[in-house]
Design a binder for this molecule. Structure first.
Ligand SMILES: *[C@@H]1O[C@H](CO)[C@@H](O)[C@H](O)[C@H]1NC(C)=O
Ligand SMILES: *[C@@H]1O[C@H](CO)[C@@H](O)[C@H](O)[C@H]1NC(C)=O
Length: 628
């Protein structure tokens, strides 16, 4: 991670030497490389990457590359026009119970207590005035110097105080660093990207979520929800230290109604969802294979699986959501109610609200489904074999005489020479073997192993999960990996060319000590239900891909190599407008690039307008959020 940040920042510095973008959201440096100079938040970029004008920002650790490091006049007067140094502005008295941090409030004279704790909250207890007390933003001697707040602006209208006091007042369950279980709570799925939240909220009711969002908003803390917590960039814990992480673990209800619509809590994991709707009514949904992934992130940012060419993405099954907005209001959104929010949530929920319940239109599970896996050896023995094999599979994927919506597959390959397309067919084994298999294999090297097998729906789910069961424990989920991944969406109009496949082959053959895999999933082709929709349906722009390629490397050592692998494809096809898939969110992208490759300009512009109208203060934030 350190390497990544350094590389990105210096690369950005090189390219933006004289024209860094002024911070629109209070962040600085980092992947976006925003400067604080002339920003509305203050001119100094703190060591933690926030703009401000306090000594916390301009003093020790201040980053001169993204602002100035001398105490500045308030941002209303322009820096350049003042030739004489301004006096250090008096720190503003905390109006919300927070201190230091982004706002740089002092506790001295505040209504919350005079001591600023190590966590950035005002109070007068030993927790505030004892170990770790920050003397730059208050006193550290008990309640010393009881000042009356003659200069302070009026306190916030609620009795909230700091975010913790606010949560306490509203009886919202939460955990802090000192609490038992904290380390497990914040341990991310992707161990490469740990972040330490300011507080972890553990709501069990909608009202708790609403209250937590209000408390965070009042305290100026950013919020992200954690459903399954599988975000490749660990956005569930904010994507940066100091956020409020709202863990939706208790939102685990699954209730199927007579019309086949299932109400699903925002914290339900895919395995439990599939198990629940099967058990309650032999129903099924389209979604990915990993049982531990949460419905929240998965369905609001796409949601591909090997039933998606038939049934669409997980997102496409959403008929309604209950969502908590940045002002703490709980609304229902559907195609007829709050329809713009409904549009935006399906593509950008991380920036727009917290879905506490989904309402999903299920399907009747098929009585059986055909699983197939075709393993090859020696595909990497020659460039011609590699490229021609993939070009043939691409022809196959586009061939309407053999492919319709009933078939999906992905091509798995890795550094050990594996090459194995596998997928699902909504038809019989005999139809697959007589109609599809001959064309699939035509002209290819003889496979070493061909598996074509019929499964009951439930057994199929277990099979593709790679586990013994799709059920996942409701608490104490403890699966982790250490990885870097990114993706390429390949437009149907272009496909992959021989040139880019040759380039990919050359890159792979250079060799690496990195452990990696590549999966090229079929999204498009004749009859694809994914591509039968467009961006009017949802804020999801990837409705025209033939393939979506996932490039996945283990440990931080893989970053450079995986980036190079992406480049090997993308740069060999400069005429093609490649994008990227939201659910393989790539933390190495700066915000502007992320917005472009995930959404495209038109969808992004519409999302930005929505964001400004329902979350003008960017309460819901991560480094690639709408508006970041
Ligand atoms: C499509 O599949 C049919 C049936 O196998 C085959 O005859 C035909 O050549 C294929 N078309 C292309 C363009 O590969
Ligand atoms: C909260 O925000 C929504 C969306 O902007 C708005 O419709 C609603 O009126 C707001 N509620 C309150 C209480 O301000």
């Amino acid at each position: 991670m350190k390497t990544l940040v350094t590389l990105t920042a210096s690369a950005l510095l090189a390219s933006i030497a004289f024209a860094a973008t002024v911070s629109p959201d209070g962040t600085c440096g980092g992947a976006n490389g925003y400067t604080c100079l002339n920003s509305a938040f203050g001119n100094c970029c703190s060591q933690y990457g926030w703009c401000g004008s306090t000594t916390g920002h301009c003093g020790t650790g201040c980053n001169p590359a993204f602002g100035t490091c001398t105490n500045n006049p308030p941002p209303s007067s322009t820096v350049r026009s003042s030739s004489t140094p301004q006096p250090t502005p008096t720190k503003r008295v905390s109006t919300d119970g927070s201190c230091a941090g982004t706002n740089g409030y002092t506790c001295l004279g505040s209504t919350f207590g005079n001591c600023c704790s190590q966590w950035g909250w005002c109070g007068s207890t030993v927790d505030h005035c004892g170990t770790g007390c920050n003397s730059a933003f208050g006193s550290c001697t008990g309640n010393g110097g009881t000042t009356t707040s003659t200069t302070s602006t009026s306190p916030t209208p609620t009795p909230s105080g700091s975010v913790l006091q606010c949560l306490n007042t509203r009886n919202v369950p939460y955990k802090m660093t000192s609490d038992a279980g904290w380390a497990d709570l914040i341990e991310p799925y992707n161990l490469r990207l740990p972040h330490t939240p300011a507080v972890v909220v553990l709501p069990s009711t909608n009202q708790h979520v609403q209250d937590a969002v209000v408390c965070a908003k009042q305290a100026g803390i950013k919020v992200q929800a954690k459903g399954g917590g599988h975000s490749y960039a660990n956005f569930a814990s904010g994507g940066k230290d100091g956020s409020m992480m709202i863990v939706l673990e208790a939102f685990n209800g699954i209730q199927l109604d007579a019309s086949g619509v299932v109400k699903v809590g925002g914290g339900v994991r895919l395995g439990n969802l599939a198990d629940g709707i099967w058990t309650q009514g032999q129903k099924a949904l389209s979604h990915g294979t990993c049982p531990g992934v949460g419905i929240g992130g998965h369905a609001t940012h796409g949601g591909y699986g090997h039933t998606s060419r038939n049934w669409g993405l997980a997102m496409d099954a959403i008929v309604k959501v209950d969502v908590v907005l940045a002002n703490g209001t709980l609304v229902t959104a559907s195609s007829t109610q709050n329809s713009e929010i409904f549009w935006g949530i399906r593509g950008a929920a991380d920036s727009l609200g917290i879905v506490t319940s989904f309402y999903l239109q299920t399907r009747s599970a098929p009585s059986s489904i055909t699983y197939f896996e075709i393993q090859f050896d020696g595909i990497f023995n020659s460039k011609a074999t590699f490229t021609n094999t993939l070009l043939h599979l691409q022809d196959f994927a586009r061939n309407a005489s053999v492919v319709d919506n009933r078939i999906s597959f992905g091509i798995y390959m890795d550094g050990y020479g594996s090459f194995a397309p596998s997928g699902a067919f909504f038809g019989s084994v005999s139809e697959f073997n007589t109609k599809i298999r001959p064309e699939f294999l035509r002209g290819l090297p003889t496979p070493t192993n061909v598996i074509v097998q019929s499964y009951s729906w439930y057994d199929y789910l277990v099979k593709v999960s790679g586990k013994n069961t799709i059920k996942v424990p409701l608490t104490g989920y403890d699966e982790h990996e250490n990885f870097f991944a990114k993706s390429i969406t390949v437009p149907e109009s272009d496909g992959l060319t021989a040139t880019s496949l040759n380039s990919l082959y050359d890159y792979i053959k250079r060799g690496t000590s990195v452990d990696y895999f590549i999966i090229i999933n079929l999204y498009g082709g004749p009859g694809s239900a994914i591509n039968s929709k467009d961006t009017n349906f949802a804020a999801y722009s990837d409705r025209h891909s033939l393939w979506v390629m996932q490039n996945y490397g283990f440990t931080a050592n893989s970053i450079t190599w995986i980036n190079g692998l992406n480049d090997a494809v993308v740069k060999a096809q400069p005429q093609t407008q490649f994008g990227a898939y939201l659910n393989y969110v790539d933390p190495s992208l700066d915000a502007a690039t992320a917005h472009k490759v995930y959404y495209g300009d038109a969808v992004y512009a519409r999302l930005l307008a929505l964001k400004k109208s329902i979350d003008p203060q960017s309460v819901f934030w991560n480094p690639q959020a709408i508006g970041a």
